[in-house]
Write a protein that binds this ligand. Structure first.
Ligand SMILES: Cc1cc2nc3c(=O)[nH]c(=O)nc-3n(C[C@H](O)[C@H](O)[C@H](O)COP(=O)(O)O)c2cc1C
Length: 276
């Protein structure tokens, strides 16, 4: 049996979770092999056979299964294989992401037998506006591995039915935080309708050593390998370039960082369900 560890993960948090879950599954199934399929920067078709299992992890963008992840993962095909869907979010909310990933996996020919949500450091997190900084941490990854162990045990026991993830709901945030954040969104939308402004990652030319890391990690090829110029039409604002820059020369200012940091600082916990 093969375990396909499939992810789209610009800043690496979804990849860490899917790796821990895949290993957890493998620990309970004798003689299985993990096949790593990272779709962050490329998209090659993969057909997962019916007897194999796929772990599919992607970030949450705007409460949804991140659209660039969905697009990339259209290259996977399940042929009836079981899968585990994992939505990784930045401690605000996952909203519709799990149900969308469940639907997507079925459209691609998989049977989702387990679903999970984990918390990853928010793409917009910075030293001055931390949002779930350092997550997934050791505790999260232990939960991911144990979740994988349980999935592996159920697979050995013969589960084949679809999991009911309808009760996987967001952990409530304090009412006051939700109110403040809603007020911020209303102000932001008003500001954008009056004076539209597009925020993009920027480069501090003094710090940049032209090492090219930003161009290498960009999932969409938005940064030219020749002159490191950013093509705004291709940028998905995932912050891969910001997090990977060894000189902290790339930064992304977004007005969302401060309200997210202020209102979603209470630690949320991973959640999961496995078919009975
Ligand atoms: C454009 C964008 C939208 C996001 N929307 C949400 C969101 O709605 N809720 C949330 O909690 N986190 C949100 N995040 C944070 C990511 O889900 C989180 O940082 C995730 O761990 C990133 O995964 P990756 O490391 O695999 O790229 C968003 C990030 C980006 C870049």
């Amino acid at each position: 049996m093969k375990i396909y560890n499939i992810c789209f993960s610009p800043t690496g948090t979804s990849a860490k979770v899917s790796e821990a879950v895949s290993h957890g599954i493998a620990e309970r199934i004798d003689g299985c092999e993990i096949v790593n399929c990272d779709y962050t920067r490329s998209s090659k078709s993969v057909k997962v056979n019916a007897e194999d299992i796929a772990v599919i992890a992607a970030p949450v963008y705007g409460g949804h299964f991140a659209p660039p992840a969905r697009k990339r993962l259209e290259a996977i095909c399940g042929s009836g294989a079981k899968c585990v869907v994992i939505a990784v979010y930045g401690n605000r909310a996952f909203e519709k992401a799990v149900s969308e990933m469940m639907e997507f996996s079925k459209e691609r020919g998989f049977t989702p037998v387990a679903a999970a949500t984990f918390i990853g450091e928010h793409s917009y997190s910075t030293a001055s506006t931390p949002i779930a900084a350092g997550r997934p941490d050791e505790k999260d990854l232990l939960i991911a591995q144990r979740f994988g162990n349980q999935v592996g045990e159920r697979i050995v026991a013969g589960i084949s039915n679809e999991v009911d993830a309808s009760e996987m709901l967001d952990e409530p945030s304090p009412e006051q935080s939700l109110r403040y954040f809603k007020e911020f969104i209303i102000c932001y939308q008003k500001m954008q309708s009056e004076t539209p402004r597009s925020y993009l990652p920027e480069v501090d030319k003094e710090r940049c050593t032209n090492c090219g890391t930003c161009a290498q990690v960009c999932p969409t090829g938005a940064i030219s390998a020749d002159n490191l110029e950013l093509d705004a039409t291709k940028c998905i604002k995932c912050c891969a370039c910001v997090k990977a820059c060894p000189e902290q020369a790339r930064t992304f200012f977004t007005p969302f960082a401060k309200p997210l940091s202020e209102n979603f600082n209470a630690r949320k916990q991973p959640k999961f369900v496995i078919a009975g």
